[in-house]
Design a binder for this molecule. Structure first.
Ligand code: NDP
Length: 284
């Protein structure tokens, strides 16, 4: 293996410890304890695990952590009422509605209903617009985590070619905007990109957010490139893996994130960071 391993678990633990210290200071100084409420609609087992992990992490960091569980058949207007109640509750600084929502609910409408000042997932169009404009809103947790990892590893971005594979609103697009704001030259790829392997091979930094097990091969990676794998997939054997063929890519890359233990743990850590920021901003 030639690549340095970027240990997301360790970086996330340090972010969480830092947030915990800041929360204790905030409580001591102002009496305000950051509050995070996670709303889960339905029975999706993966969502349930994610939500529990978020709740646990928030508890550990000293937040006022609450979870609202609603049945699958909850009507859209009922969910909108819950959101509006949380918007009005001063003890709630961060609201996260776990996605995906059941099909009969318009998730865009629900996300739009969250007060942008409490939108710690950073998905409300106001926060997406602020990111586009280069202003300080809330950055979606996974892209924020990717940037934090790059910073932790002191990866130079200025003038470098960053190739992002995947253009979702959740990951690809915000990551591209963040890299651009740091003066990288950014190429945003998707399912219609022609000759994807050549484009990826020109990247000094490669961010994979596709959702296809080991799609990006070692031969696509420029020697010495920094490779960040956002993908979380199951292969044919049911084994957890990323979008990058890790065993191949680690022989070529300069630095690489594993799956699991890479970007995944960063997402929750940055959710805590955003909620802490929401609480401090609410005091201004
Ligand atoms: P989406 O399904 O919303 O987007 C996938 C993107 O990949 C789309 O832009 C799509 O292109 C593109 N794509 C699909 N197939 C190809 C292909 N063959 N070649 C090039 N591009 C392709 O996924 P998300 O962005 O929500 O998630 C991506 C991955 O990241 C998933 O594995 C998900 O589980 C994981 N994830 C991990 C998180 C974490 O905490 N670590 C958090 C969020 C997601 P097009 O737009 O043209 O359809």
């Amino acid at each position: 293996m030639t690549a340095a391993l970027i240990d997301g678990k360790a970086i996330a633990a340090s972010v969480r410890a830092e947030v915990k210290t800041k929360v204790a200071e905030l409580v001591a100084r102002t009496g305000v304890r950051p509050g995070l409420t996670v709303v889960l609609v339905g029975e999706d087992p993966a969502s349930r695990i994610y939500v529990r992990n978020k709740e646990k992490a928030a508890d550990e960091a000293g937040f006022l952590s609450r979870m609202i569980e609603l049945p699958t058949e909850t009507e859209e207007r009922e969910l909108l009422k819950v959101v509006s109640r949380l918007n009005a509750d001063p003890s709630v600084h961060g609201i996260l509605v776990q996605l995906p929502l059941p099909k009969h609910i318009d998730s865009g409408k629900v996300i739009k209903a969250i007060d942008p000042a409490k939108d710690v997932d950073g998905l409300n169009p106001v926060n997406a617009g602020l990111l586009f404009a280069g202003d300080a809103g809330f950055i979606p947790c996974t892209p924020y985590g990717v940037m934090r990892m790059l910073d932790h590893e002191k990866i130079e971005l200025k003038g470098k070619h960053a190739v992002v594979v995947g253009r979702s609103n959740l990951v690809g697009k915000p990551v591209a905007m963040l890299l651009l704001s740091r003066h990288a030259t950014v190429t945003l790829c998707h399912s219609r990109t022609e000759d994807l392997s050549s484009v990826v091979r020109s990247g000094d930094v490669v961010i994979a957010a596709v959702g296809k097990a080991r799609m990006i091969r070692g031969s696509w990676i420029k020697p010495g490139a920094v490779v960040i794998d956002v993908g979380i997939n199951r292969d044919d054997q049911g084994k957890l893996c990323g979008d990058i063929a890790f065993d191949e890519a680690k022989e070529v890359a300069g630095a690489i994130t594993p799956v699991p233990g890479g970007v995944g743990p960063m997402t929750i850590a940055m959710l805590l960071q955003n909620t802490y920021e929401a609480a401090t901003r609410s005091l201004k």
